[in-house]
Ligand binder design. Structure first.
Ligand code: NAI
Ligand code: MG
Length: 491
C-alpha cells in the first residue's frame, strides 16, 4: 500500500504517485514464426528473410520476407491483373462496400492490432489504442464515402483511376500510414503494392488477414516486405503508375530523381522541423500540454513533431519552468503498460541518430535538461530531453532528430517569430499559441507549412488534407485533396 499524507482535515492522499504496473496482455495476438509475401491473396515464400524485433527488449518476434526484384515484379503483375480484369470496372458504390468492411473489421479487431503495433514498433499502448487504430479505421470510413462520389468531388472533369499504385511507408505509424495510402487508392479504383518499413512489418501482415476477411478480389492489395532494396525495386518497376512515399527527405529526393522522365505520378511526404510558437498572452499551462504532445507523442518519431519551441521572451522563463516540471511526470517505459507516456525508440539505428544529434547539441553549447527517470536495461530508450540556449545555427535547431528532443528558442515580436519559424528547409507543420484570434490568422498566413495548428498540436482528421512545403514534400493526403494523386483526368 502506498503511504498516505494527512493534511489538516482533508482526505488523506498518497504521498507519491508511482503507478503500479498495468501491462496489457499480449495473448490476443498470435504471431506466426515466419511470414511470406502477400500476393494475389496468397502467401508466397520469399527466397530471403530477416528477423523483426520488439524494440522494448530486442526479443525476436518473427521471420520476415525480404522481397527481391522478381517478387516485386510478381506483386506488380498481380496488381495489374486485378486492375485490368475487374477492379477498375467495379462501380464506386461496390468499392465503397469493401472499404466500409475493412473499416469495421479494423474496429472489431482494434485491440489485437494495437497490441501488435506497440510490440513491434515500441509506441505506448495508449497511443496505438486511442490514436493509431481509431484514426486508421476513420480513414477507411472516410474514403469509403468518396468512392461513389468522385464526379462530385471533381465536377466537370472525368476522374479515372491511375492504375497500379506503389506505396512505401515508414515505421513511425505503420498501420495508420497503410490506411492513409490504401484507402484513397482503392476508393479511386486503383490496385496497390505496399511496402511496410523493415522494422515494423507486423501490422501490415496482420492486415492481409483483414483483406481476406473482407473478401477483396485477389491482387487488389498486395504487401511485399523488405528493406530499401525492395522499395527501390518497386520505384523502378515499369508496371507501376504512381509512387506514394512517406519517409526521409534523403530517400524522397532519390526517388524523385529516379522517376524523372518516366511519366509515373509521385507524391512525397518527408521530414519536418516544425515550429511551435508560444506568445505571451497564451494560456501557459495549456501550451505546456501542447508542447509535450507536440514533441514527446510517439517518442518524437513524428514528421510533423513540434521539435522547435519558440517562446516569446517575456514568458520564456516561466514557460520552461512549467515544462520541466511537467516532464517529471512523464512515465517512460514498457510500451505495453497502459500508464506509459513515452515508449521505446523504434530501432537501434534511430537511437544512434538521436544520441549523435544530442551530443552535437551539447558540443555546440546548448544546455540540456532531462527529468530523472530510470530507463530499462534491455531495448532502445531515450529520456525526454529539452535543450535551452539554442542558437538557430545549431544542428539541433536545423536537423530532424525524430526523437523525444525539444530545442527551445526565443523571439520578441511576431515578425521575428515568423522569420525564425520559416528559417528551415522543411515546411510540414507549425503551431501557434495565443488568445488573440486576429494574431492566429496573421501568423497562419505567414507560416510556410502545410498544416498550422492553433492552440493545439498533432491533431489529425481524415477530412483534413496533410502535406508539405519545400523539402517536406508535395501532394496531399486526407480530405478531398487526398483523392487527386490517385486519379487522372481527360483534359
Ligand atoms: P527511410 O526514408 O530510409 O525509410 C522509409 C521507407 O523507405 C522504408 O519503408 C524504407 O524501407 C524505404 N526505403 C529506404 N530506402 C529506399 C530507397 N532507396 N527506395 C525506396 N524505398 C526506400 O527512413 P529511415 O532510414 O527509416 O529513417 C531515417 C530518418 O528519416 C529518420 O531519422 C527521420 O528523420 C526520417 N523519417 C521521416 C519520416 C516521416 O514520416 N517523414 C518517417 C521515417 C523516417
Ligand atoms: Mg533509410
Amino acid at each position: 500500500m502506498t503511504e498516505l499524507e494527512h493534511k489538516q482535515d482533508r482526505a488523506p492522499v498518497p504521498k507519491d504517485w508511482t503507478y503500479a504496473p498495468a501491462p496489457e496482455s499480449t495473448d490476443i495476438v498470435s504471431i506466426r514464426g515466419r511470414y511470406g509475401l502477400f500476393i494475389n491473396n496468397e502467401w508466397i515464400a520469399p527466397s530471403e528473410s530477416y528477423t523483426t524485433l520488439a524494440p522494448r527488449d530486442e526479443e525476436p518476434l518473427a521471420e520476415i520476407g525480404q522481397a527481391n526484384e522478381q517478387d516485386v515484379a510478381s506483386a506488380v503483375g498481380a496488381a495489374r491483373g486485378a486492375f485490368e480484369n475487374g477492379w477498375s470496372a467495379v462501380p464506386g458504390s461496390e468499392r465503397a462496400k469493401y472499404l466500409f468492411r475493412i473499416a469495421r473489421i479494423l474496429q472489431e479487431r482494434s485491440r489485437e492490432f494495437a497490441v501488435l503495433e506497440s510490440l513491434n514498433g515500441g509506441k505506448p499502448i495508449k497511443e496505438s489504442r486511442d490514436v493509431d487504430l481509431p484514426l486508421a479505421a476513420a480513414h477507411f470510413f472516410y474514403y469509403a464515402g468518396w468512392a461513389d462520389k468522385l464526379e462530385y468531388a471533381f465536377p466537370n472533369r472525368t476522374p479515372k483511376p491511375v492504375g497500379v499504385a506503389g506505396q512505401i511507408i515508414p515505421w513511425n505509424f505503420p498501420l495508420l500510414m497503410l490506411a492513409w495510402k490504401i484507402a484513397p487508392a482503392l476508393a479511386c479504383g486503383n490496385t496497390v503494392v505496399l511496402k511496410p518499413a523493415e522494422t515494423t512489418p507486423l501490422t501490415a501482415l496482420l492486415f492481409c488477414d483483414v483483406v481476406r476477411q473482407a473478401e477483396l478480389p485477389p491482387g487488389v492489395i498486395n504487401i511485399v516486405t523488405g528493406d530499401g532494396r525492395t522499395g527501390a525495386a518497386l520505384v523502378d518497376n515499369p508496371g507501376v503508375d504512381k509512387i506514394a512515399f512517406t519517409g526521409s527527405t534523403e530517400v524522397g529526393k532519390a526517388i524523385q530523381r529516379r522517376l524523372a522522365g518516366t511519366g509515373k505520378k509521385l507524391t512525397l511526404e518527408l521530414g519536418g522541423k516544425a515550429a511551435n510558437i508560444v506568445f505571451d498572452d497564451s494560456a501557459l499551462d495549456q501550451a505546456v500540454e501542447g508542447i509535450v504532445n507536440g514533441i514527446y507523442f510517439n517518442q518524437g518519431h513524428v514528421c510533423c513533431a513540434g521539435s522547435r519551441l519558440f517562446a516569446q521572451e517575456s514568458i520564456a522563463e516561466p514557460l520552461i519552468e512549467k515544462l520541466k516540471r511537467r516532464l517529471e511526470t512523464l512515465r517512460v517505459g514498457d510500451p505495453l503498460d497502459k500508464n506509459t507516456d513515452v515508449g521505446a525508440i523504434n530501432s537501434r539505428m534511430q537511437l544512434e541518430k538521436i544520441e549523435e544529434l544530442v551530443q552535437a547539441g551539447k558540443d555546440e553549447g546548448a544546455e540540456i535538461y532531462q527529468p530523472p527517470c530510470v530507463l530499462p536495461e534491455k531495448g532502445y530508450w531515450f529520456a525526454p530531453t529539452v535543450f535551452t540556449n539554442v542558437a538557430q545555427s545549431y544542428r539541433i535547431a536545423q536537423e530532424e532528430i525524430f526523437g523525444p528532443v525539444l530545442s527551445v528558442l526565443t523571439f520578441r515580436t511576431p515578425e521575428e517569430a515568423v522569420e525564425k519559424a520559416n528559417n528551415t528547409p522543411y515546411g510540414l507543420s507549425a503551431g501557434v499559441w495565443t488568445e488573440k484570434g486576429s494574431r492566429i490568422l496573421w501568423m497562419v498566413q505567414r507560416m510556410r507549412a502545410g498544416v498550422v495548428w492553433a492552440n493545439t498540436f498533432n491533431r489529425f482528421d481524415p477530412t483534413s488534407p496533410f502535406g508539405g512545403y519545400k523539402e517536406s514534400g508535395f501532394g496531399r493526403e486526407g480530405g478531398r485533396h487526398g483523392l487527386e494523386p490517385y486519379l487522372t483526368f481527360d483534359e
